[in-house]
Design a protein around this ligand. Structure first.
Ligand code: ZN
Length: 69
């Protein structure tokens, strides 16, 4: 998936509006609350990992270290 500025959270369905194209939520398509609890949930953790990879490849740099908001 690619970055989306506005979306419904893939996990809980909450509406989210990204603040910037670097906003990890926009890449994961998960709301801030779900990103914050990715440690407890395999699906959320997977989406977050993919989001980091996709954002990094879009930026042409290595993985960022800001997985936690
Ligand atoms: Zn959510």
């Amino acid at each position: 998936m690619s970055f989306r500025p506005t979306f419904d959270c893939l996990w809980c369905g909450a509406r989210h509006v990204s603040r910037s194209p670097a906003d990890l939520q926009g890449w994961a398509q998960l709301c801030s609350e779900c990103v914050g609890r990715a440690g407890d949930n395999a699906f959320l953790r997977f989406r977050l990992k993919r989001a980091l990879e996709e954002r990094a490849s879009a930026a042409g740099t290595g993985p960022a270290d800001d997985a936690k908001p």
